[in-house]
Design a protein around this ligand. Structure first.
Ligand code: ADP
Ligand code: MG
Length: 266
């Protein structure tokens, strides 16, 4: 587990400021959500955290170390990543994909030690995919595949796990399973999430981005208010308590119903 403290992070791409003065903070072992509309800069900010995109300003500290002072390999030993729509390893078996998680820990001439096999088996077991170990990744359902990519990330024995919209394409059961798993992991987790109800129910804290700018940060049930949702998404919302879980529930409605469109196009 590791503490994440990022501040003043700005990213320019092709002369455009994509992320401006953003922050991201996660206490060790907590699950922190990054939310905001499409194009608000979530993926870009996450890339700076897993050392794939260098910010033009700001610092990303993992405990006391600046991510950008680490080598790529040292960063990979601390931080594992699960990306949305990861399609790179379809031609491999599940076990082979999970074994790739060990690569940052191996020496040059050291091809898979016995200790690594134990770690791989544990990652397969912890994510419930032991029965899929010999299947080709290409043959899996979306939910199964996402668990395999999580298993690969866990085999990396990270202290920080970064996920970019991990619940995309998952059915409701698989979404809940994934978020339950993430909130129980003894690892610091930062996840970009689209679903405000999942964020409200499972995140210890959330950061909200709009147009590359940080607009709010705090405990999910304090931050995800109707006012914020209206301001950031332009959608009317009401928040209640989910009677089944006792957690905050977000109900959404279109802000501006457009009857004229229907009248114009009968
Ligand atoms: P989000 O993940 O919140 O949907 P992104 O971080 O993917 O947002 O993108 C933020 C903005 O940056 C978008 O307007 C996107 O088009 C732009 N952007 C991201 N990556 C690039 C790139 N490599 N080149 C040009 N524009 C980019
Ligand atoms: Mg994104």
């Amino acid at each position: 587990m590791i503490r994440v403290a990022a501040g003043g992070v700005s990213v320019d791409i092709d002369g455009h400021r994509i992320v401006a003065d953003a922050a991201l903070a996660a206490e060790p072992g907590t699950l922190v959500g990054l939310i905001g509309p499409n194009g608000s800069g979530k993926s870009t900010l996450l890339r700076t955290v897993y050392r794939a995109l260098r910010p033009v300003a700001g610092r990303i500290l993992l405990d006391a170390e600046d991510v950008w002072s680490l080598s790529p390999r040292d960063s990979a030993r601390r931080t594992a990543v699960v990306l949305q729509d990861d399609t790179g390893e379809f031609a491999f078996s599940v076990r082979e994909v999970v074994e790739l998680g060990r690569v940052p820990h191996r020496g040059l001439l050291d091809h898979g030690r016995a200790a690594d096999a134990g770690i791989v088996e544990r990652a397969l077991a912890d994510t419930g995919v032991v029965h899929l170990a010999d299947r080709m990744v290409a043959t899996l359902s979306g939910g199964e595949r996402q668990r395999v990519f999580l298993a690969r990330a866990l085999a990396q024995e990270p202290r920080l796990l970064v996920l970019d919209e991990p619940t995309n394409h998952l059915d409701v059961r698989a979404q809940i399973e994934l978020l339950e798993m993430l909130s129980d992991l003894p690892v610091t987790v930062v996840a970009a999430l689209h679903d405000l109800n999942l964020a409200a129910a499972y995140c210890d804290r959330v950061h909200v981005l709009a147009d590359g700018q940080p607009v709010a940060e705090g405990p999910a049930d304090e931050v995800l208010t109707p006012e914020l949702i209206r301001a950031v998404y332009g959608v009317d919302a009401r928040c209640t308590t989910n009677p089944l879980t006792g957690r905050r529930a977000v109900h959404l409605a279109a802000l501006t119903p457009e009857p004229h469109v229907l009248e114009d196009h009968p």
